[in-house]
Design a protein around this ligand. Structure first.
Ligand SMILES: O=P(O)(O)OC[C@H]1O[C@](O)(CO)[C@@H](O)[C@@H]1O
Ligand SMILES: [Mn+2]
Length: 421
């Protein structure tokens, strides 16, 4: 919070500043005033953070404002009298980090007519353009695969499925909040690096996914009822890897519908909103590359025909651990219960799945989920925060000995599976 968060706020302020002329052209004087106000609110926020001030209740009137303020009261109740109020450096990291992004949103929505400005859009778009070569390679790979899909036997299908899952895993290296908003695009050809990256997968439960999906294929008529959900993480390159995977799931008939879950507000710099989702599909279509164009058209069609559905829910941008979803967002929990398999992308989702607690490394994943079992689920995440469960005895110690920062660099990854008992 001390080092990375102020950098992110400074970047957001700088972005507003650089768009000054655009605001003027669009909205005249009103746009200029709004820009000034937004900058002053964000500077105030940065100052509160850097001087470890108490966490203030939200003042806006959004659908989640009360839930946030109740959660803040709950944080307060955890402290004893002498501890005072929860403050920026004396509160759980997950809570204050989420709170910062919610406060950025609060600042912007107080500044019409620029109240729908996404301060992170520019970095997200840049990540996409800088990764364009890798995206083109991925799209070519997908098109070739789709053409020969009918000829693949069971084993070949499984191997292609695992490849695309690994691409989606390593796509998660490309988030922008870990780098303080600095560029973190994909520049190498990830398809041909998969073998070299395998040793860095510290939990690999992919076989469970295959067992589950191939069982569905055999028991349900033509997989027509198989719904899979992907709880998205970052836009840009990572989102493309997720879309490529989702496309394959349909063309291989491993699934019939894919439901994507994104964020309602700009979140952790690079997370996907509805605007990003549509933007990326549109860009893939118009990049000038023939195979990318075909991918983009296909994806647009999936959306049109309802084979792909995009959902967002306010719960994904609350600070709560997922075990409280049945109480806080019962409608979302009920929706997820309809899924045959839910993929949770990224580090933040993992922190929320496990409540961001200091679990023993050998704690079973099922236990760390603390009752969150809407459907079979799998976390696909590169490690960027110090929480990890489900390791073999001695595994964490070995990793620490060879690489002390293994938990936070994003170099290691997991496929961790859980199924309701
Ligand atoms: O995009 P991801 O994979 O969720 O990563 C975001 C992560 O980066 C951090 O900002 C840095 O550790 C974490 O707070 C967060 O979990
Ligand atoms: Mn993210």
């Amino acid at each position: 919070m001390k080092d990375r968060a102020p950098q992110i706020l400074t970047k957001a302020i700088d972005t507003l500043h650089r768009h000054k002329n655009e605001f003027f052209e669009k909205h005249g004087e009103k746009g200029m005033e709004a820009e000034k106000k937004a900058i002053s609110l964000l500077s105030k926020l940065r100052n509160e953070l850097q001087t470890d001030k108490p966490i203030n209740p939200l003042v806006d009137k959004c659908i989640d404002t009360d839930i946030w303020n109740q959660y803040l009261e709950y944080q307060q109740s955890l402290l004893s009298e002498s501890d005072g109020k929860p403050s920026w450096f004396h509160s759980p990291w997950l809570f204050v980090e989420c709170y910062m992004y919610r406060r950025i949103h609060e600042a912007i929505i107080q500044c019409p007519p620029i109240d729908d400005f996404d301060v992170f859009r520019e970095c997200k778009d840049k990540n996409f353009f800088e990764s364009q070569e890798s995206i083109s390679i991925l799209c070519t790979h997908l098109q070739q695969l789709t053409r020969s899909i009918e000829d693949l036997d069971e084993n070949q299908l499984k191997s292609e499925f695992f490849k695309l899952l690994q691409i989606s895993l390593w796509g998660n290296k490309c988030d922008l909040s870990l780098s303080g908003g600095k560029s973190s695009s994909q520049k190498t050809d990830v398809v041909s690096s998969l073998e070299d990256l395998k040793p860095f997968i510290v939990v690999n439960e992919l076989e469970h996914l295959w067992t589950l999906l191939s069982r569905y294929r055999k028991t349900r008529a033509k997989a027509s009822a198989v719904r899979m959900d992907i709880v998205l993480d970052n836009s840009g390159f990572e989102l493309v890897t997720d879309l490529v995977l989702a496309d394959f799931l349909l063309s291989s008939k491993l699934a019939a519908e894919i439901h994507f879950h994104g964020k309602t507000i700009p979140w952790f710099v690079s997370d996907t909103t509805l605007h990003d989702f549509s933007w990326v599909i549109e860009q893939v279509k118009h990049c000038g590359d023939k195979l990318m164009f075909q991918c983009g058209v296909g994806w647009e069609n999936h959306v049109k025909m309802g084979r792909w559905a995009y959902h967002d829910h306010v719960f994904w941008t609350l600070p709560h651990a997922y075990c409280s979803m049945p109480q806080v967002a019962p409608d979302l929990y009920a929706e997820l219960q309809k899924s045959c398999l839910i993929l949770f992308k990224g580090d933040l989702n993992y922190r929320k799945l496990t409540g961001d607690r200091k679990w023993e490394f050998t704690t079973p994943f099922h236990q760390a989920l603390e009752g969150f079992h809407p459907a079979p689920l799998c976390s696909i995440r590169t490690l960027k925060a110090e929480v990890q469960v489900g390791l073999q005895p001695g595994q964490a110690e070995q990793l620490t000995a060879s690489e002390p920062n293994w938990l936070t660099t994003g170099k290691y990854g997991i496929f961790q599976f859980d199924s309701p008992l």
